[in-house]
Design a protein around this ligand. Structure first.
Ligand code: FMN
Length: 285
């Protein structure tokens, strides 16, 4: 029996990434490892230090937001000290693309002192489904969980091995230009109309929208989110017990534009498969 202690560190706004994290945790337990979930979705949770010394290996699971891991995660990773610990990453995505997420996150983790062994991408319903989109409403399903369990098995094998994998990813096409563009967009004052607001009077003021917001963007008193800091992750809408929050109706209407722009149909999206990536490849565009 392999006696490994593994941390599964994840961000999850609408529970897709958390569902995979829990499934991987269960598989690690079934295979005799200790596995602990560390949820870094809220702002407060990322202020605590990561107990790197307590674990033999780390699994980092993040959703893809606009071709990268969430911006708050990209800002948080450089503050960690990986102390040479082995890790693996997985990304959940809503059928469009994982974009630059594998490559960029790997760079950040390596700069922070982790040794990245492999990565994976798992399909899931789109966060914007809470606003009327219909991307993969039934994923993850058994097809995806089979791959997630293989991912857990590979993590044990790689983390227990005395040698470290040389795992390279090719720099994706237009990575430098896109990174620069992303940084400029984050600084820009114009962030669109897709940030949630409170829409109805029936609110018991539990303040979860405010306390659970990944970026401290929501103000429960005014019922407004700050368009500059809101990352449109939909977490507040998803967790509101009163269903009191919503985004502008234009978000729902944007669904057909998304399908057209990405040249996707609902059948094409459902045909996509989750996968483990263990060797260099060009990012899928
Ligand atoms: C702001 C934002 C941007 C997104 N960008 C992408 C993307 O670039 N590619 C993609 O396939 N899915 C994209 N998605 C969908 C999420 O990656 C997907 O739904 C993910 O599984 C959500 O995970 P979570 O519920 O754990 O937060 C985006 C979602 C949001 C909220």
């Amino acid at each position: 029996m392999i006696d490994l202690k593994i941390a599964i560190v994840f961000f999850s706004a609408t529970d897709v990434t958390r569902t995979y994290a829990k499934d991987i945790q269960e598989e690690l337990h079934n295979r005799g490892c200790k596995a602990q979930l560390i949820n870094v979705t809220t702002y407060a949770s990322r202020q605590e230090s990561l107990p790197v010394d307590d674990f033999d290996g780390f699994i980092f699971g993040f959703p893809v937001f606009g071709d990268f891991a969430p911006s708050v995660i990209n800002e948080w990773l450089p503050m960690l000290d990986g102390k040479g610990k082995k890790c693996a990453t997985f990304f959940t995505y809503g059928a469009r693309t994982t974009g630059y997420a594998h490559f960029h996150t790997k760079l950040l983790l390596e700069e922070a002192g982790f040794r990245v062994q492999f990565t994976a991408e798992f399909l899931g319903r789109h966060s914007f489904n809470v606003a009327g989109w219909r991307v993969l409403p039934h994923r993850p399903d058994e097809r995806d969980f089979v791959v997630a369990r293989e991912f857990a098995a590979l993590a044990i094998e790689r983390f227990a091995s005395d040698t470290s994998e040389v795992f390279r990813l090719q720099k994706p096409f237009r990575y430098d230009q896109t990174l620069e563009l992303m940084k400029q967009q984050q600084k820009s004052a114009e962030r669109g109309w897709t940030h949630p607001v409170r829409a109805i009077e029936e609110c018991q003021m539990c303040r979860l929208c405010e306390t659970e917001c990944p970026t401290q963007a929501f103000d429960a008193d005014t019922g407004l989110s700050d368009p500059l800091t809101c990352i449109k992750c939909m977490h507040c809408i998803y967790i509101c017990p009163d269903k009191a929050l919503k985004v502008d109706e234009r978000m729902k209407d944007a669904y057909n534009g998304f399908l057209n722009d990405c040249h996707l149909t609902e059948e094409m999206m459902d045909a996509k498969m989750s996968k483990i990536i263990t060797e260099a490849r060009q990012a899928a565009f």
